[in-house]
Design a protein around this ligand. Structure first.
Ligand SMILES: CC(C)(C)[C@H](NC(=O)Nc1cc(F)cc(F)c1)C(=O)N(CC(=O)NO)CC1CCCC1
Ligand SMILES: [Zn+2]
Length: 184
């Protein structure tokens, strides 16, 4: 079971590496790991389990955050329209995106960052992702708004990018160009 002690915190160089593609079809070991990552997110959103194991409730987790430099990520959340997104994905990639940007007005945090880093994180408002899911099927996801933000945050981790890399250091709360604010 993944708990907070397994989550790599900023400062560890693995969070700045470009993770390696996973061989397909996925090995049993990689499938088990990805299922454990998804289970962490579900556990972290279950009040009893979360309290018993002191988990930080998470909506997404990328393999480098548990010390594995592999292109695998898990997400588990419902978006603003109550649509459930629950996926374990191998080799996810953004195949197309909108010109328009979007950002959470609350800013972002990260399970690997134990501090507040204030500021807007501009991301694409809409992205199309291709990946292989836990059953070994090729999936194509057309995402917008909060769902697009979560997936971009996790894919950034596979490329050694942290959310605060996108914050304007001179004016963290400057309205990003051609971007729509997302309140939640
Ligand atoms: C770091 C943490 C604050 C725990 C963050 N949770 C989060 O943003 N929850 C949330 C946000 C909403 F807008 C509405 C809502 F209902 C719940 C999170 O899990 N992550 C995942 C992570 O660190 N992955 O590496 C950070 C999020 C920031 C934006 C997308 C993912
Ligand atoms: Zn993160």
């Amino acid at each position: 079971m993944i708990t907070m002690k397994d989550i790599i915190r900023e400062g560890d160089p693995i969070l700045r590496e470009v993770a390696s593609e996973v061989d397909l079809p996925p090995s049993e070991e990689n499938k088990e790991t990805l299922e454990e990552m998804l289970q962490y997110l579900k556990n972290s959103q279950d009040e009893q389990i979360c309290d018993r194991y002191n988990l930080r409730p998470g909506v997404g987790l990328a393999a480098p955050q548990i010390g594995l430099s592999k292109r695998m990520l898990a997400v588990h959340f419902t978006d603003f329209n109550e649509k459930l997104y629950s996926y374990g994905l191998f080799n996810p990639r953004i195949v197309s995106h909108s010109v328009e940007k979007a950002y959470l007005t609350s800013g972002e945090g990260c399970l690997s960052v134990d501090r507040e880093v204030p500021g807007y994180v501009p991301r694409y408002a809409r992205v199309t992702i291709k990946a292989t899911d836990l059953e070994g099927n090729e999936v194509k996801l057309r995402l917008r708004d909060f769902a697009a933000i979560v997936f971009q945050h996790e894919i950034d981790h596979l490329n050694g990018v942290m959310f605060y890399d996108h914050i304007d250091p001179d004016n963290p709360f400057k309205e990003p160009e051609n971007a729509k604010p997302l309140d939640h």
